[in-house]
Design a protein around this ligand. Structure first.
Ligand code: NAP
Length: 316
C-alpha cells in the first residue's frame, strides 16, 4: 500500500482500473474537476501527484506536466502515444509507459468489423429492416469482401493482426510502413499512393506522428478510386477529413469505416448523412476484457516504477 502516492487519472476508463488504483494509491479523478478550477486543483495536489494515467484521447501535454513538479511517471492506458509530450518527459526525466499488445486483437477485430459493415452496408440494412421498407422491396446489392486486395498502412502490431485476419478471407495484402519487413511475405509499397493504387480497401493502422498526419490525402484517395473503401482504426488526423468527405459526396470513393475522427468527438454533419459510411466512437479497444488487460498493465507498470523495478512497457 502506497497511499501517500497520488495518481491522477485523466478519464474514467473503467471501474476496474479506478478500483485497482484506489486500492494502492490516492486516486485523483481529473474528469470530475470542472475545467475552470483545474489549475488550482493541480496546484493544491502538486506535492502528492507522482503519476498520471492518461489515454489515447486525452494525454499528458506540456502544460499538465509542468503543473506537476513531483511527477515521476506517465502510465498511459493506450498504445498510441501521440497525445503525450514525450520530449518534455525525456527532458524532465519522467518515465512513460503504455499498453501495447493488450489491445491488438480487439482493434484488429474492429478493423474487420468496420470493413465488412461498410462493404455490406450493415447499418443501412439494419435501418431498412426497422423502417419496414423490406416489405416493399429487396435491399440493394452490396460488395463482397472475401478475396479483395487490402492495403495496410502501418504493419505494426495492429496492422499485422489485421493482415492475419484478412488472410483468412483469401484477400491479397500489401502494406506501407516506415520500412520493409524482412520476414513478411506481403508486398511492400514504399509509397502510400502506390499502395492505394493497388488496393481495393485501405486500412489505416500506423502511429500518428508529424509524418503520418494527413497521410491519407486527396491524391491517395483518388488513387484508391471510386469503388475503394477506407477504414481507419488508428487516429483521425491520419486522414484529411475534408478531402475524405468531398470524395465520398462526389462519388470518388466508395465508402469509409471510421472508428476515429479528426476532431472527435465532433462529427461533421456531412458524414452523418452518408449511407456509405459506418461510424463508431473510438471504441476499438473498448471491451470489458481488453480494458481489464490494459488496466492490469497500467497498474503493473506503476507498481514496478514505485518498487524501483524494471518497467514492463517502457517508452521513456
Ligand atoms: P505499433 O506496433 O507501434 O505500429 C505502428 C506502425 O506505424 C508501425 O508499423 C510503423 O512502421 C508505422 N509507422 C510509423 N510511422 C510511420 C510512417 N511515417 N509511415 C508509415 N508507417 C509508419 O502500434 P500499434 O499497437 O499497432 O498501434 C497503431 C496505432 O493504432 C496506435 O499508434 C494508435 O494510434 C492506434 N490505436 C487505435 C485504437 C482505437 O481504439 N481505435 C486503439 C489502439 C491503438 P514500422 O513498422 O516500419 O516502424
Amino acid at each position: 500500500m502506497q497511499n501517500s502516492i497520488g495518481v491522477l487519472l485523466i478519464r474514467p476508463l473503467s471501474t476496474y482500473l479506478q478500483e485497482e488504483l484506489s486500492k494502492r494509491y490516492t486516486l485523483f479523478k481529473f474528469w470530475q474537476v470542472p475545467p475552470d478550477i483545474r489549475r488550482e486543483f493541480l496546484e493544491k495536489h502538486s506535492n502528492s501527484i507522482k503519476a498520471v494515467v492518461p489515454n489515447g484521447v486525452q494525454g499528458a501535454d506540456s502544460e499538465l506536466i509542468d503543473a506537476l513538479p513531483r511527477l515521476e511517471i506517465v502510465a498511459s492506458h493506450s498504445s498510441g502515444l501521440d497525445k503525450i509530450d514525450l520530449e518534455k518527459c525525456r527532458e524532465k526525466g519522467i518515465r512513460v509507459t503504455y499498453t501495447p499488445d493488450a489491445l491488438t486483437d480487439e482493434v484488429a477485430d474492429m478493423a474487420l468489423l468496420l470493413t465488412m459493415a461498410t462493404m455490406r452496408r450493415i447499418c443501412e440494412a439494419d435501418r431498412y429492416v426497422r423502417s419496414g421498407a423490406w416489405k416493399n422491396a429487396d435491399f440493394r446489392l452490396t460488395s463482397k469482401f472475401s478475396g479483395k486486395a487490402v492495403g495496410i498502412v502501418g504493419l505494426g502490431r495492429i496492422g499485422s493482426a489485421i493482415a492475419k485476419r484478412v488472410s483468412a478471407f483469401g484477400c491479397t495484402i500489401g502494406y506501407h510502413s516506415c520500412s520493409q519487413k524482412p520476414n513478411s511475405t506481403f508486398k511492400y509499397y514504399p509509397s502510400v499512393i502506390d499502395l492505394a493504387s493497388n488496393s481495393e480497401i485501405l486500412v489505416i493502422a500506423c502511429a500518428l506522428t508529424h509524418e503520418t498526419h494527413h497521410i491519407i490525402n486527396r491524391d491517395v484517395i483518388n488513387a484508391l478510386g471510386r469503388n475503394g473503401i477506407i477504414v481507419n482504426i488508428a487516429r483521425g488526423c491520419h486522414i484529411d477529413e475534408a478531402e475524405l468527405i468531398s470524395a465520398l459526396v462526389e462519388g470518388r470513393l466508395g465508402g469509409a469505416g471510421l472508428d476515429v475522427l479528426e476532431h472527435e468527438p465532433y462529427v461533421p454533419d456531412q458524414l452523418l448523412g452518408l449511407d456509405n459510411v459506418v461510424l463508431s466512437p473510438h471504441v476499438g479497444a473498448s471491451t470489458f476484457e481488453t480494458r481489464q488487460a490494459m488496466a492490469d498493465l497500467v497498474v503493473a507498470n506503476l507498481e514496478a516504477h514505485f518498487a524501483n523495478k524494471p518497467l514492463l512497457n517502457p517508452v521513456v
